[in-house]
Design a protein around this ligand. Structure first.
Ligand code: DAU
Length: 328
């Protein structure tokens, strides 16, 4: 199968592109190589990389020539950046999805939209989100992803497009940009820098290894029913516990932990009911508290050459804007 993987030089997208290529598929990656896209993520992989934007219909048509399916990982994804400014989120996550749907409509290709559990918003203790629950996004980021999801579902109904949506939990693993909790805390701990815990740190997230996330998306690509949404859950932990384990695995001093001003609109908890996907035969093979986090820490220890260049230049400006006042 020839597959277009948009955002395939980013974190989850590159794991997915490599996975499909290793399984013998022809893979074309279309990636804008923004701050979070990285050629190094595809090093040694048997994929064709086309640099371009999913908002550009001509670029999509050129990259997608001959492809039977598109899997859309291209997105602005960081909640904190969306609070600083959301224009790019709306552009890529909503308009970009719309452009891909136009291409899928013209060509008859299948589309898998990779979305997020954040579209459901806060989930009270004892409950889990199901795929047909109302969307109550809390941040400009999750509102943009919800907008993309709704465009997909409308296009299935109105134009008969063959499309599915996956909604994944917090994903971790090698090659994740160090703006997100785990790689930020691991790399800061390795450098003896503070770990900025938002608020009381009692927020809960479900943690899903990138490999398990990609296996889920592949399963939906192969077996998902058009118009259906599939939750991809993970292992639920409090941020303070994740922080404690990062300190233990990096052998860093607990004095590095700093409770700082909370994220505005911060969701306390996400929880997914993923029984629908499990009924398709998917189940995770990694566990964060098993060896998942330890192995991820080892990867960052052994791959400074990957993350040190990222934590310079634009990143330093972002870091100062995001954390400067909080940490002073
Ligand atoms: O749930 C899926 C989502 O997970 C994805 O759709 C998003 O793209 C991804 O960014 C992630 O969203 P979160 O906002 O949950 O991830 P983040 O790594 O930014 O934060 C995880 C938790 O850690 C959250 O409760 C906020 C907290 N946190 C995060 C950072 C960056 C801190 O306490 N301090 C920090 O410096």
């Amino acid at each position: 199968m020839r597959v277009l993987v948009t955002g395939g030089a980013g974190f989850i997208g590159s794991h997915f592109a490599k996975r499909l290529a290793a399984a013998g598929h022809e893979v074309v990656v279309l990636d804008k190589l923004t701050y979070s896209g990285n050629r190094a993520n595809l090093e040694g992989a048997d994929v064709e990389l086309v640099v371009g934007d999913i908002c550009d219909a001509d670029a999509v048509a050129r990259a997608g020539a001959g492809c039977e399916a598109v899997v859309n990982f291209a997105a602005e994804t960081h909640v904190d950046r969306s609070i600083l400014g959301a224009a790019e989120f709306i552009e890529t996550d909503v308009h970009g999805t719309y452009v891909l749907l136009g291409w899928a409509r013209d060509t008859g290709a299948r589309l898998v939209q990779v979305s997020t559990d954040e579209v459901y918003g806060d989930v009270p203790e004892g409950q889990s989100s199901r795929e047909d629950d109302p969307l109550r996004p809390s941040s400009p980021y999750s509102a943009s992803k919800a907008g993309g999801d709704l465009q997909v579902l409308a296009a299935v109904r109105t134009f008969g497009i063959d499309a599915c949506i996956t909604r994944g939990a917090n994903t971790y693993g090698p090659n994740q940009h160090p703006e997100k909790l785990i790689p930020l805390f691991v790399t800061n701990a390795l450098d003896g820098e503070p770990l900025p815990v938002y608020g009381d740190g009692r927020q809960r997230r479900e943690w899903l290894h990138a490999e398990d996330h990609c296996a889920a998306v592949e399963r939906v690509l192969q077996e998902g029913r058009p118009g259906e949404v599939y939750n991809v859950g993970g292992e639920e932990h409090e941020n303070l516990d994740v922080t404690k384990w990062v300190l233990a695995f990096t052998k860093a001093d607990s004095d590095l932990v700093r409770h700082v001003e909370d994220r505005p609109g911060h969701d306390r908890r996400y929880s997914l009911d993923d029984s629908k996907l499990r009924a398709l035969g998917w189940s995770p093979s990694h566990s964060l508290s098993g060896s998942g986090l330890r192995q991820t820490v080892e990867w960052y220890e052994q791959n400074r050459a990957w993350w040190e260049p990222i934590k310079s230049g634009e990143y330093r400006r972002y870091y100062e804007e995001q954390y400067g006042a909080r940490l002073r």
